[in-house]
Design a protein around this ligand. Structure first.
Ligand code: NCD
Length: 305
């Protein structure tokens, strides 16, 4: 493993498989235990540096570090010197002076974790940067697919919706390709990024044509907060063409699963009855996020080093 986890491309097939296998071992070690804690990272310090809103990713990283017995510092831009205009670099130097072994960073600017990696000695983990990447989300998604379907090689995954603004889509396309899955992006042309033709994925505008050929359908949130223009005529029209409702779900093969990274716009990209159905892995994804992030922190920090 490299020292940092900044994007899916930092993991080759062996690294990615090692993370998934380690997460599985952690799950096994903790299953049925009353005290869900391992002593592995005792005395190490993990800083969660969140410049952008987050619920599950932040809590998930905090829990992961705590379950490995690390000391955890949660830093959010609100209420810190960032609101006084302190730069990312000065914040990084402060963390460095305090001896952070790992910095988990979420930032609205694509590339911020890469910059940070030049300024700190510890490991940097990207917890989502702008519209760029979110590699631990891709790892927990791969873990969930493998757990449900038993494999990743040759699995057909449809990634549906607001690909343009989605760091989840970018990281998933990269990692799933590395792990041998076949990805099809499904979106209106306005919600596909320039250059998508060079991604290792097929592209389709027709959800109904893709569903019967999918083992996994991964719905993306429509990211209204990143939209400064109109990308589709109306919410209703978007739902009609690209939303996953019960009728569409019925077109999936029998053992296909439905994923969503959260937070969901229920009724927009995904109907409530689909989100709450037995095919949905949404709650499992959250649980798997903790063990996957434990595996990442453990492997980056070298455990007992
Ligand atoms: C995603 C994110 O923040 O990129 N959520 C997450 O991390 N679980 C996806 C989103 O915001 O839609």
């Amino acid at each position: 493993m490299r020292r940092h986890l900044l994007e899916a491309a930092d993991l080759d097939r062996d690294d990615a498989t090692l993370v998934l296998d380690t997460a599985a071992q952690i799950d096994q070690a903790l299953a049925g235990r009353e005290v869900k804690k391992l002593p592995t990272l005792r005395g190490r310090t993990v800083v969660n540096l969140f410049y952008e809103d987050s619920t599950r990713t932040r809590i998930s990283f905090e829990l992961a570090a705590k379950r490995l017995s690390a000391d955890v510092i949660n830093f959010s831009a609100k209420g810190s010197s960032v609101s006084k205009g302190e730069s990312l670099k000065d914040t990084a130097l402060t963390l460095e002076a305090m001896g952070a072994d790992a910095v988990v960073v979420r930032h609205s600017a694509s590339g911020a974790p890469h910059r940070l990696a030049h300024w700190v000695r510890g490991s940097v983990v990207n917890a989502g940067d702008g519209t760029h990447e979110h590699p631990t989300q891709a790892l927990l998604d791969a873990y969930t697919i493998r757990q449900r379907l038993g494999r990743l090689d040759g699995v057909r995954v449809a990634v549906v919706g607001d690909v343009l603004h989605s760091r989840v889509a970018r990281s998933n396309v990269g990692l799933l390709h590395t792990l041998g899955a076949e990805v099809t992006l499904v979106a209106p042309p306005t919600l596909l990024p320039v250059g998508v033709g060079s991604w290792p994925a097929e592209v389709s505008y027709d959800l109904d044509a893709v569903l019967p050929k999918s083992d996994v359908v991964m719905m993306l949130r429509v990211q209204a907060e990143r939209m400064n223009a109109s990308f589709f005529p109306s919410a209703r029209e978007y739902s009609r063409r690209y939303g996953l409702d019960a009728a569409r779900m019925a077109a999936l093969p029998d053992d296909a699963i439905v994923m969503h990274p959260g937070p969901m716009n229920r009724g927009m990209e995904i109907a409530a009855e689909v989100a709450d159905s037995v095919r949905s892995t949404i709650v499992e994804q959250v649980a798997n996020g903790v063990s996957t992030r434990m595996a990442v922190l453990y492997l980056l920090l070298g455990g007992n080093a």
